[in-house]
Design a protein around this ligand. Structure first.
Ligand code: MEV
Length: 311
């Protein structure tokens, strides 16, 4: 069995599609898993995804992005094709937690491991990026990268070069409360809407993306020194910019406001928006109060997670 973690974008989502930096974190405790078993000769690959409500032969749904990924990996690495790939995932779909990237990463790892092979994270990330394009249209590549590298990363696209990917120093552990709005929103919808708005008014959106990029730079410095009191307001300011970009929702705004009122150091939506999750940065002592406040404000789920210091 192979696994891969969920992810959170700490700051910089959307602007990262347009070349600004962003910071992403893996959530080691929330994972997708894939298991491969051999089928009789001639069966061809079969994908079974009980949590996601489906089982299909890859040959019958060739346009499905996971089918494309499975075929590409089997052909490129000369792997056995008569296999059943069973996927299980604890990551809510369309919630901003990287469910698609984690499932795809677990599948690639397991198909290779079943044949005694491994690949470095960068190569797995590239394969998964291709399947993410099937779901999202114009992904930046940050989701597949943080999931495959499974460490906090600084990510920035560059013209005519591969993206800049740097492991991110974290000076002190971070306590995050993740609140789920309960609204499912596929990434490609807000990403597509932002593209249309950017095309209609590039100057306004470039300026908003610049402001996000400047916040992300400051967040990096605050993370390096473990200064949560400085990081919190930067995250809240990022939420305000995401509202202006047009990707928040009444539910997300309500959860962010509830976390702030309950004493969080900062809070923002996390991921593509319009639904999915928000995150709140808290002190360890405040985490339970903020969790209760999120539930009282209508969160479908709220959980506390800790990001370990590095080095
Ligand atoms: C999604 O996790 C993050 C977005 O910036 C889209 C992307 O980077 O591909 C909204």
């Amino acid at each position: 069995m192979a696994t891969a973690p969920a992810k959170l974008i700490l700051c910089g989502e959307h602007a990262v599609v347009y070349g600004r930096p962003a910071i992403a974190l893996p959530l080691a405790d929330i994972r997708a898993t894939a298991t491969v078993t051999l089928l009789p000769p001639g069966s061809g690959p079969l994908i079974s995804a009980p949590d996601l409500g489906g089982q299909w032969r890859v040959a019958e749904r060739p346009d499905e992005p996971l089918s494309g990924l499975v075929m590409a990996v089997i052909e490129r690495f000369g792997l056995p094709a008569d296999v059943e790939i069973t996927i299980r995932s604890a990551i809510p779909i369309a919630s901003g937690m990287g469910s698609g990237a984690a499932i795809a990463t677990a599948i690639v790892r397991e198909l290779l491991a079943h044949n005694g092979q491994t690949l470095p994270p960068a190569a797995i990330s590239e394969l998964v990026y291709e399947s993410e394009r099937g779901y999202h249209g114009t992904p930046s590549g940050i989701d597949n990268t943080v999931v495959a590298f499974e460490q906090p990363i600084w990510f920035q696209r560059r013209p005519s070069l591969p993206p800049l990917i740097e492991p991110l120093p974290i000076g002190a552990p971070l306590t995050l409360v993740v609140g789920d709005s309960g609204v499912r929103s596929p990434t490609r919808l807000p990403v597509g809407a932002v593209r249309e708005r950017w095309q209609a008014d590039p100057a306004r959106y470039e300026s908003l993306f610049d402001q996000v990029g400047a916040l992300v730079e400051q967040a990096r410095a605050a993370l390096a020194t473990g200064d949560a009191a400085r990081l919190g307001p930067l995250l809240s300011a990022n939420h305000e910019l995401l509202r202006e970009i047009g990707v928040s929702s009444p539910e997300l705004d309500r959860l962010v406001a509830a976390a702030q009122a309950a004493g969080a150091l900062g809070a923002k939506l996390a991921g593509a928006g319009w639904g999915g999750v928000m995150l709140a940065l808290t002190t360890p002592e405040q985490a339970a109060t903020v969790t209760d406040a999120l539930r009282a404000a209508g969160a479908a789920n709220a959980l506390v997670t800790t990001i370990a210091a590095t080095g």
